[in-house]
Design a protein around this ligand. Sequence first.
Ligand code: ADP
Ligand code: MG
Length: 350
Amino acid sequence: MKRWSTILCSLMLTVFLLAEGCRFPDSGNSREYNKDIFAMDTFMTVRVYCDNRDTGEKALTAAEEEIRRLEQRFSVTDASSEVALINHSQKTTVTVSEDLAVVLTEAFRVARETDGALDITVYPVLKAWGFTTGSYRIPEQAELEMLLQRVDYRRLQWENGQLTLPEGVEIDFGALVKGYTGDRICGLFRERGITSAIVNLGGNVQTIGTRLDGTMWQVGIQDPLDEEALLATVSVADRAVVTSGNYERYFVGKDGNRYWHILDPYTGYPARGLLSVTVIGSSGLTCDACSTALFVMGKEKALTYCRNHPELEAVLVDEDGNVFVTEEIAESLSWNGDRNMKIIKRTENQ
Ligand code: ADP
Ligand code: MG
């Protein structure tokens, strides 16, 4: 399910960039360098623009190596990954890598800010639904209740780069890892002097600078009610555009209902109320953490959170297809068709 929707998403982005007039110079004096990568269970596209072929090609190789390195570190299904080893280290204190420390610190910060809507310890419940393996099932209520006893990020002991998991507690960074990976790739590109690039890591889009002609990047936001359509496009430069949606990974149960991969850590069920949340900002990691957290919060809590956090730019779509947009980003959006769009005004402006 995920793979096809992601392929479609990548294709749509490519088509969109083409339609938007990104010219692809012929290979003789090419200034555009592209790479498609399948990693972290998703299709990724990395694209850089620069004058020097060697710089362009080496940047792409560095990006791919970084993606593979981080996949190896964060994968929950690869038994030799750092996260898998931590999940097997219960009750033993482990010193974590710098990568993990950065992501863990952000996961704690956003978990605290969102009253545990983002909770990396939801992993045992995620497994029960089959979202990690693709063997989907609807767990019994009693099973969920038992598993939920193992879910609470506050029980993790995290101090001075050292982590201890209580018995039965397991972690998963699926909600944050693509954002962190995007930040790392952009960092590597900047170190190499790249001033124009766009990466699409399965729906997490991150940009460096502007397009070659100095105009802003036009990033498509998928319509959660129509997998083949864009809801809007957003004009950005040096920004991450990260979406959490109920269409990314889901299955349809025998009861005919759709069950998706973003879970409410309080109930153990897929979070309800919103169909998609896009967060736009300078840090891919923060955008990724917040897009998942806002999705879990549901419509009313997410709207309140946006009103109270002027630093956060977001586009929310509720179950009826209504769209809510924070004030400042509204003018950077072009809508595809007529939308029932409401502006989220910040608290101090009301
Ligand atoms: P995607 O990976 O599809 O782009 P997200 O960034 O929203 O979407 O991350 C979803 C992933 O986060 C799930 O696949 C799962 O690994 C994890 N997850 C699900 N629910 C939660 C939650 N409440 N808190 C933290 N992580 C979660
Ligand atoms: Mg996320």
